[in-house]
Write a protein that binds this ligand. Structure first.
Ligand SMILES: [Zn+2]
Length: 292
């Protein structure tokens, strides 16, 4: 990543909230942890229905997903109820059920951005749904975001880092200030739409497990550059909150400065970034390809 002094040793934490359980329990826990270390982060919120139970269908269809569920102890991570939402139990709304938690995130000085309307359905179905379905998904999500925050989001982070050309075309209309839709190694400009991409370039616990996650993140950070760590409210705000705290302490000790993704957006030398198209790639520890 860029090498100006102000861009040295900068870490953004991108917190994705994917489920009702993560919003209700994970976010307050993460707020507590971040508050203790005086760290400001960016929360990407899922606004609408939690259809996580539909993952069970995926489990039947995709053996790599089954491996991931077992390795990450998915039922332990997300809870049994979460596994049934959208199948045997109705889907509860995620951020829309907790306006007071959204206010709490903002009042503690964190950034809030748009992650999803229906996270699970995007993840499973975005590539097969119609363009109109994608448009409606954005309309509902951004309307809900505005209800909760009183403003429109200035960034979008695609669920499961899944995008395609139709999504990019729609994103153009929303004039986002930046996107965080990929797992690329370096920030770049999305060709055709001209929007800055701030990728999550570090691995997440969910992919590599613990303690491997701590070792691999701290070893990458030795380069002293600018990085973004992907975190999930359900995971680092749940059963893996202790290793997350340990990781923060280790990073703090190396002199890194924590900041929001919009601050990183301001620090980036936009005229020096590569302009290119995203690619889809299957990353280690993931069940389906991600944009890079
Ligand atoms: Zn997500």
């Amino acid at each position: 990543m860029p090498s100006d002094d102000k861009n040295k040793k900068v870490l953004g934490i991108k917190i994705d909230v994917d489920t009702y359980h993560g919003m209700k329990n994970g976010v307050p826990r993460l707020l507590n942890i971040l508050g203790n270390y005086d760290i400001k982060s960016t929360f990407f919120l899922s606004i609408g229905p939690d259809a996580s139970g539909r993952a069970i269908l995926q489990l039947i269809k995709n053996p790599r997903f089954l491996k991931k569920m077992v390795r990450t102890n998915a039922v332990g991570l997300y809870g049994l109820r979460t596994a049934l939402y959208g199948t045997l139990l109705p889907s509860p709304m995620i951020a829309l059920s907790f306006p007071e938690i959204v206010q709490e995130i903002l009042s503690q000085g964190h950034e809030v951005q748009f992650h999803a309307w229906d996270h699970r359905r995007w993840q499973d179905e975005v590539h097969t749904r119609s363009t109109q379905w994608i448009r409606d998904w954005f309309e509902k999500g951004i309307r809900g975001f505005a209800e909760l925050t009183g403003q429109t989001p200035s960034a979008f982070g695609a669920p499961a880092w899944a995008i395609d050309d139709r999504v990019m075309e729609i994103l153009k209309d929303y004039r986002f200030d930046y996107l965080s839709c990929t797992r690329a190694r370096k920030p770049f400009i999305h060709e055709k739409i001209g929007v800055v991409e701030i990728p999550s370039d570090l691995p997440c616990f969910e992919e590599v497990g613990v303690p491997e996650g701590i070792t691999s993140v701290t070893s990458i950070l030795k380069d002293g550059d600018m990085h973004v760590l992907p975190v999930h409210a359900e995971v680092e705000g749940g059963i893996w909150s202790s290793p997350f705290i340990e990781l923060i302490e280790q990073i703090k000790n190396t002199g890194y400065r924590f900041t929001t993704l919009s601050e990183i957006r301001k620090l980036l030398p936009v005229d020096k970034l590569a302009v290119r198209k995203y690619r889809m790639e299957l990353l280690p520890g993931r069940s389906v390809p991600c944009a890079v």
